[in-house]
Structure formats: C-alpha cells, structure tokens
Design a protein around this ligand. Structure first.
Ligand code: ATP
Length: 437
C-alpha cells in the first residue's frame, strides 16, 4: 500500500493594487492539485494577518492548505505550486514579493502557532520567519525579496481551533477582470434576509450598500462570510449573478474573530502598528476636527491616548460625541502613529463601562413670579428684579440631565470594519447589561 503524507503549503504576497489576489492563487493551486489526484485535508485556510502592518497591499491575507499525497508525488505538487505562483503573481510590481512554504507534518508545532499569532497581532521580520522555518525544517521559496514567506509560514502555523468563520469566494472569468461586476442587487438583499446572521456583513444596514463584492480589479466576483460552510453555500445559491462565475471555493478563516487585538492593561504599553483593547477614563472631551473626525482622549494610571471615530464611521461618531470627562470606556482599535501627533486608537468598537452623571446648574426660580432669577455675579447670589427678591448662592438648582447613550458595546458599520473584527452579531454573550440611563 502507498503511504500518504501530509504536505502543508503556505502562500503569500502575490498581488498588487492593480490586480490578482492570494486567495485566487491558492484556489487555482487547489484545482490543479486535485486534477492530479491530490486530496485536501479539511478546508483551505484564509488567514488575515496584522491589519495595521503598513506594507500590506489591501487586507493582509495569506493562504495555506494541507494536502494528503503519496511521498513520490510531492515533487509534482511542489512544482504545481511554484509554477502557479510564478504564472499568476504580480511579479512586475515592485511591492509584490511572493513567498511559498512547504512543511511536511501532520501536526503543527507550538512555535509555529506562536509565530502565527504574533504575525496576526504584531510585527515580525523576514529573518525571524526564515530562522523558524529552518528550525522546524520547513522549505521556503522566495520570489524576489520573498517577504511573503512571513505570511505563508503564519498561515501554515494557524490552527484555527478557537474561533473561525468561513468565506465562500466566487471568481470571475479572466475576460471580465477589471470591468464592473454584474450581480442582481435584489438577490443579495433576499439572500441576506434568508441567511443573516448565519452569514454576515452582506450589506451595510445604514447605506444599503452591497458588501459582498470588492471594489478592486481583483478576480473576485463576490465573497460571502458566514458561520458554517453550509450557510455560505446556501447563501451563494441565492445570489443571482449577471456574469459567468469561473469557479468557487470555501475557505476556513480567522476573519470576524477579533484575533488581531492585544488586550493591554496599561495605556503606556500601546505601540503603533498593533490593534489593542484597553480600558480608560475619558480625560479630554470629544471634539470634532476638520474632516468630521471625532477625537477624545482616555487615560488610565499609566498614560493617556487619543481615540478617533473617523468621518466614514458616520453614526458611530455620535457615540464618541456623547462621552463626557469621567466616563469609563473600553476601546478597541488599530494604533496609528502620525508625525507630531500623539498615538491614536482608530476606533473599531467601544464598550461603555460607566457613565458619570451629567448635571447642569440652573438659577433658582423666583418664589413670587416663578421666573428664573438673574445671577448677581459669582458668589453674590440671585435676584428677581421685578419682584425685588434676592436668593443666596446656595439656592441654585442642580439638574441631572439624561445621558443619551447606553451602557453597552458599539461597533463601526460593516463598510469600515476590519476583516478580523468580530461583528457584534457574532458575540455569544453581551459583556454589559444593556440599559438606558
Ligand atoms: P491581499 O489581502 O490583497 O491578498 P495583502 O494585503 O495580503 O494583499 P500582501 O501583498 O500579501 O498584502 O503583502 C503583505 C506582506 O507583508 C507579505 O509579504 C507578508 O508576508 C508581510 N506581512 C504580513 N503580516 C506581517 C507582519 N505582522 N509583520 C511583518 N510582515 C508581515
């Protein structure tokens, strides 16, 4: 009997802003491996890496797959992978530096899992990836600078065993790449009505914009995200396309899992190019800056940081605007560094933990005519000129104003969401009781 072995294949950095997509390269490779009798173990993986990594092309994704194949056929599989990357990758683009990793093993060692998590949450360098590949005896192939080895190794190393979702991707035929996508919008609304929340982020509820089609010249016609392979498959059957679909693939992915966040205790630990969750007390009131962005600051024992709700998040900015000094919040977001500006958390979610009472001091009313009395100046009390009645300073009324905000978590709309951010509809339990105060 021929003994079969597992070959893990990781691929990254094949596209440019002008075209291509690593998921497509992965999907073509899978088709070609199947054509020669190779069998895939489980679903191929689409792994989103650090969304704050400044040198990503778009969504910072890498792909990996596990192929069960006879040892003798491994060289054929490797040749298919390398030839396909050479054929499809945007090698002429200066910033496209593909990397391919082959790793023969049933299990993924802990050090690869740790590296994968680090690549999703932090910044790593190529040398680190190359040394790790050597340590675990993974085979690397660098095209040009070969930066893609980082993502390729991280995708192999991702166990997708804690939380995961699925994405079904339908690709366009080559002749249509770069032309406007043709999909029956009504069918997408119906699909959403029938499958949400088992599928999610199909539409932007505020604008009604269809979110399953990308706006780039890449080969993707649409992608449907969901909780199970069955859900995304059912949804794709409900979508009516007005142009041919070349083929489809379903990836298992870390999209929509919040895996990118580093939970930090101290604001002083916040570093740029990461995404963080940190608690703090509002210490500078929200202000709207030119461009319509809303900025406020939070502090905890060790430091202070700006938080921004950007203009495209539209209604989400109202949450930021309704905060006052002293409110306690948990902020979720990517950390940006701009010259001569403090570090800023680009808000993706905000959880309102505690609201301070909002009070307003009002002049007392005249006991005779009932009108509001006038102030006589600071510390000098009040008077009603008409009735010639005076009142001491202490007679001022303190009115508690209603807070126009809930003790709960809020998220930016789907159109502004990172691929990795977990939509609230996926939350199993709500962290804070939702109540109006
Ligand atoms: P797309 O999502 O459209 O496929 P992309 O946004 O994934 O494109 P790439 O073209 O793959 O972008 O480029 C990202 C590059 O950055 C890859 O070479 C990858 O190996 C590397 N990279 C990814 N995450 C990190 C990280 N956390 N630290 C350092 N390098 C990273």
């Amino acid at each position: 009997m021929v003994s079969l072995v597992i070959l893990n294949i990781g691929i990254d950095d094949t596209d440019s802003k002008k075209g291509m997509c690593t998921t497509y390269v992965g999907a073509v490779i899978i088709r070609r491996i199947r054509e020669i009798g190779g069998r895939l173990e489980g679903f191929p993986k689409l792994i989103r890496l650090n969304p704050m990594w400044p040198h990503k092309t778009r969504g910072n994704c890498a792909v990996a797959m596990k192929v069960r194949i006879s040892r003798q056929r491994i060289p054929i599989v490797k040749r298919i992978v390398l030839d396909t990357v050479r054929e499809l990758a945007e090698l002429r683009s200066e910033t496209t530096n593909p990397g391919v990793v082959f790793y023969e093993s049933e299990d993924i060692p802990k050090c690869l899992k740790t590296f994968s998590k680090k690549t999703v949450q932090e910044v790593v360098d190529l040398k680190e990836a190359e040394e790790l590949a050597k340590e675990v005896e993974a085979e690397i192939h660098k095209f040009k600078l070969g930066n893609g080895v980082i993502g390729a190794l991280a995708a192999i190393g991702h166990p997708l065993d804690r939380d995961w979702t699925f994405e079904l991707i339908a690709y366009r035929i080559r002749e249509n790449w770069g032309t406007p996508r043709k999909i029956d919008a009504e069918s997408v609304f119906r699909m959403n009505a029938e499958t949400y929340p088992e599928t999610f982020d199909n539409l932007d509820p505020l604008t009604g914009e269809i979110r399953i089609t990308p706006h780039t010249p890449c080969p993707i016609l649409y992608g449907i995200r969901g909780e199970t392979p069955e859900a995304v498959e059912k949804a794709s059957k409900l979508v009516r396309t007005l142009e041919p679909v070349d083929f489809m693939i379903t990836y298992k992915t870390n999209q929509g899992t919040d895996e990118h966040y580093l939970r930090l205790k101290k604001i002083s630990e916040v570093k740029p190019y990461r995404s963080v969750i940190v608690d703090g007390t509002v210490c500078r009131a929200p202000r709207t800056i030119p461009g319509g962005h809303v900025i406020f600051s939070v502090k905890n024992g060790s430091g202070e940081i700006d938080c921004a709700a950007y203009e495209p998040t539209r209604k989400f900015r109202e949450i930021a605007r309704s905060l006052v000094i002293g409110d306690k919040v948990r902020v979720f977001g990517g950390v940006k560094e701009k010259p001569n500006l403090p570090l800023t958390v680009n808000l993706e979610k905000i959880s309102i933990l505690k609201l301070v009472p909002l009070v307003e001091k009002r002049n007392p009313t005249c006991p005779r005519c009932g009108r509001r009395m006038k102030s006589e100046g600071k510390g000098k009390g009040y008077s009603c000129k008409k009735c010639k009645i005076n009142a001491p300073e202490g007679k001022a009324e303190t009115i508690r104003l209603p807070r126009k905000i809930l003790l709960r978590i809020f998220e930016v709309p789907p159109r502004c969401r990172r691929h990795l951010a977990k939509p609230l509809v996926r939350e199993v339990h709500v962290a804070h009781e939702s109540r109006e105060i």
